[in-house]
Design a binder for this molecule. Structure first.
Ligand code: DGI
Ligand code: FE
Ligand code: FE
Ligand code: FE
Length: 188
C-alpha cells in the first residue's frame, strides 16, 4: 500500500472535515520528520491512519477493546473519545495489513501520549495538535517551538491538554499524565 492508497482507504470512514484534518496532519508530520530526522514514510502513514477509528460506534470500539489482548481494559472506564487511537491501532492491521509496530504505536498513543515516546510517536502527537487547521489558545508559541525542539513542543502540547482537561473538570487518563511527567524530565 502506498500513501495515496492509504488516504483512499481512510476517506470513506471519515467526515469531509476529518479527512481534511487527516491530510493536514500527514503533511505536518512529513515536515516534522524532515526536520527531526524520523522516517517520513512511517510518519505519513501513521498520520493518515491516526483518526481511522474516530467514527466507529461506541459498541464496536468496546468490542475491539474487550477482544484485543494488547489493549488495556481500563480504557472502558474513561471517555469513548480516548478509544479511537487504541482501536485504530488494531484496525490498521486487521483491515489493512499494517503490521509495523512503530506505526501502530503512533496511532495508538496519538491522543494521550505515554511515557518514553519515540520520535515517530512524538511527531504524530504534535502534528495532530499543530496542523494548520487547528486554533487552540497558545498555539502560536507551540508552532514556533516546533521549528526547533520536538520534545519541548510535545511537552507544551501535553501541558496545554492537561490544563484544558482540568479546567473542564474532565477525568484524565493515566497515560496523559505519564506523557507529561516523562516529557518534563526530558526537557530538564
Ligand atoms: O481526534 P482529534 O480530535 O484530532 O484529537 P485527539 O485524538 O488528540 O483528541 C481528542 C480529544 O481527547 C481532545 O478533545 C482532547 C481529549 N483528551 C486528550 N487526553 C485526554 C482527553 N480527554 C480525557 N477525558 N482524558 C484525557 O486524558
Ligand atoms: Fe484523534
Ligand atoms: Fe492529539
Ligand atoms: Fe486528529
Amino acid at each position: 500500500m502506498d500513501l495515496k492508497e492509504a488516504k483512499a482507504a481512510v476517506k470513506p470512514y471519515l467526515t469531509t472535515k476529518r479527512y481534511e484534518h487527516t491530510l493536514r496532519v500527514a503533511d505536518t508530520a512529513a515536515e516534522l520528520s524532515d526536520r527531526f530526522h524520523a522516517s517520513k514514510n512511517k510518519a505519513q502513514f501513521a498520520a493518515v491512519f491516526h483518526d481511522y477509528a474516530k467514527y466507529r460506534s461506541v459498541n464496536e470500539m468496546k468490542r475491539w477493546i474487550l477482544q484485543s489482548p494488547e489493549l488495556p481494559k481500563d480504557l472502558l472506564y474513561y471517555h469513548p473519545e480516548l478509544w479511537h487511537g487504541p482501536v485504530g491501532s488494531i484496525l490498521v492491521e486487521r483491515e489493512h495489513g499494517i503490521k509495523d509496530r512503530e506505526i501502530q504505536s503512533a496511532v495508538r498513543y496519538h491522543t494521550t501520549g505515554k511515557a518514553h515516546m519515540s520520535d515517530l510517536e512524538l511527531i504524530v502527537f504534535v502534528a495532530d495538535y499543530i496542523e494548520p487547521g487547528r486554533d487552540f489558545p497558545g498555539l502560536d508559541k507551540i508552532r514556533e517551538m516546533a521549528e526547533h525542539d520536538l520534545v519541548k513542543t510535545a511537552w507544551m502540547v501535553s501541558s496545554n491538554t492537561i490544563a484544558y482537561l482540568l479546567k473542564k473538570g474532565n477525568p484524565i487518563y493515566p497515560d496523559t499524565f505519564y506523557a507529561y511527567n516523562d516529557l518534563t524530565k526530558r526537557i530538564n
